[in-house]
Design a protein around this ligand. Structure first.
Ligand SMILES: Nc1ncnc2c1ncn2[C@@H]1O[C@H](COP(=O)(O)OP(=O)(O)OP(=O)(O)O)[C@@H](O)[C@H]1O
Length: 219
């Protein structure tokens, strides 16, 4: 479902983020991306969403070469992706139900339909009873679960979560991970990046990156 063929990414003469990375991720897999800060984890995830493009090599999603995608094709690609990236903040002046409805409203769903699906998404991450709360009234972990609800409300085939447990205490992090693993359990392909070792406990597949290179794979 996701394929990297000798992918390298060079931002500048001195910033080489990925070096000849090749990997294959099957539909429905849950894959963790591990490695220290600066190893290239975010870059790798961004390439799947066409936020960054490879300098060389190719990235395929459902057989489609993302590097060759025209601008017009990007919204179609992203409709299949649930993105949980740190820079995508919640809107602090809208309650969490409204935040979760947003991706549906921008793709033309009716308000009633958007509300119904957003409520279902909030229920899946255990936050339905907080639907009317504002983001800043929630803990960091709860806000992260709202981000997950917002990312999955369009029912994507693939979830990409970049350091979803960053800055969370262990109990909050576990709830965030449980929410993500629940989507894997119903067949969604998930990639979760982390530099926290405990996140990898019990993981079936971990891809390790260091200085932009694939180090080892346990599978
Ligand atoms: N937009 C950019 N322009 C220039 N260099 C960049 C850019 N984005 C990332 N880099 C560099 O590429 C390398 C890999 O960065 P990346 O963010 O992918 O790593 P990471 O493993 O996700 O790190 P972190 O855990 O800190 O987020 C780093 O050396 C970083 O400084």
């Amino acid at each position: 479902m996701i394929e990297f063929r000798s992918v390298s990414k060079q931002y500048s003469a001195h910033a080489i983020a990925l070096r000849e990375v090749s990997l294959d991720i099957a539909k429905g897999e849950l894959v963790y991306l591990a490695g220290p800060s600066g190893a290239g984890k975010s870059t790798l995830l961004k390439m799947i969403a066409a936020i960054e493009r490879p300098t060389s090599g190719s990235v395929l999603v459902n057989g489609q070469d993302i590097g060759k995608l025209r601008k017009e094709g990007i919204p179609f690609l992203r409709r299949n992706l649930g993105l949980i990236f740190q820079q995508q903040k919640l809107l602090n002046d809208r309650n969490i139900l409204a935040n979760t409805m947003l991706p549906l409203l921008v793709t033309g769903a009716s308000k009633a339909q958007a509300e119904q699906r957003a409520r279902a998404a909030l229920d899946k991450v255990g936050l339905l009873e907080r639907a009317k709360a504002l983001p800043l009234e929630l803990s960091g972990g709860e806000q992260q679960r709202v981000s997950i609800a917002r990312a999955i409300v369009n029912r994507p085939q693939i979830i990409l979560a970049d350091e979803p447990t960053a800055n969370l205490d262990r109990a909050s992090a576990d709830k965030v991970l449980d929410a993500l693993r629940a989507f894997h359990a119903v067949g969604v392909t998930c990639m979760i990046s982390t530099h926290d070792e405990y996140v990898l406990d019990g993981a079936a597949r971990v891809i390790h990156l260091d200085h932009g290179q694939l180090v080892q794979e346990q599978s």
